[in-house]
Design a protein around this ligand. Structure first.
Ligand SMILES: [Zn+2]
Length: 174
C-alpha cells in the first residue's frame, strides 16, 4: 500500500490523513513542517529524501466566508458521530454505522442541506423511512443547523493498523 502521511494542527492534533505526495507538496510550499519520516527513500536524479510520515501545519487555514462545507463527514462531526434518534447514551459510532437522515423526508420536499439533514444510525434511518417526525414520534436530539465551527474530531485512526511513526501523535483511546 502507498504510504500515507498524518497531518497535524500547529498544536499537534491529528486532523487528516494525506497522500504522501500532497504532504511533500505542502512541505515545499512551506505550509507544513515534517515532524517524522519513514525509512523509505525517494530519489530523483539529483536528490534523495525520505517520505514524510507526519507533518504539522504552520497555521490553521482560515475558514472560507461561505461557511463550513456541507459534506457527509462534516455532518457527522457536527452531530458528534451520534445517531440523532437514539438515546444519547448510545454514544459515538463508527462512520460505517451511520448515514444521513432527511428530517423532512425528500418525498415531502425536504432538501439535502445543513438544516434538514441529521446523522442517523442505519436502523433508525430505516425505521423513520419516509415519515415525518410528528407522524412517527422520532425527533432529532439537536435541531439541525449550519454550524459556524466544527469540533475537531480528527480522523478515526486505529492505533494497531497505524504506522509506528504516527503513534506518538495519536490520542490514547480510553
Ligand atoms: Zn439510531
Amino acid at each position: 500500500m502507498e504510504p500515507r502521511t498524518l497531518l497535524l494542527t500547529p498544536w499537534y492534533f491529528p486532523i487528516k490523513v494525506l497522500r504522501w505526495q500532497d504532504a511533500v507538496k505542502m512541505r515545499y510550499e512551506n505550509t507544513a513542517d515534517v515532524v517524522a519520516e519513514y525509512e523509505d527513500e525517494i530519489s530523483s536524479p539529483s536528490v534523495t529524501w525520505r517520505i514524510p510520515a507526519v507533518i504539522r501545519l504552520r497555521r490553521m487555514p482560515v475558514g472560507n466566508k461561505r461557511g463550513i462545507k456541507f459534506s457527509r463527514s462534516n455532518v457527522y462531526q457536527r452531530d458528534g458521530y451520534r445517531c440523532q434518534y437514539c438515546p444519547p447514551s448510545a454514544g459515538r459510532r463508527a462512520a460505517s454505522d451511520l448515514t444521513f437522515d432527511h428530517v423532512v423526508p425528500r418525498a415531502a420536499g425536504g432538501r439535502t442541506t445543513w438544516d434538514n439533514i441529521v446523522t442517523a444510525c442505519r436502523s433508525c434511518n430505516l425505521r423513520k423511512g419516509n415519515k415525518r417526525c410528528d407522524d412517527i414520534g422520532m425527533f432529532p436530539l439537536n435541531a439541525p443547523l449550519r454550524p459556524r465551527f466544527l469540533p475537531l474530531a480528527g480522523p478515526r485512526i486505529e492505533r494497531e493498523s497505524a504506522p509506528e511513526e504516527w503513534h506518538a501523535f495519536l490520542p490514547e483511546i480510553a
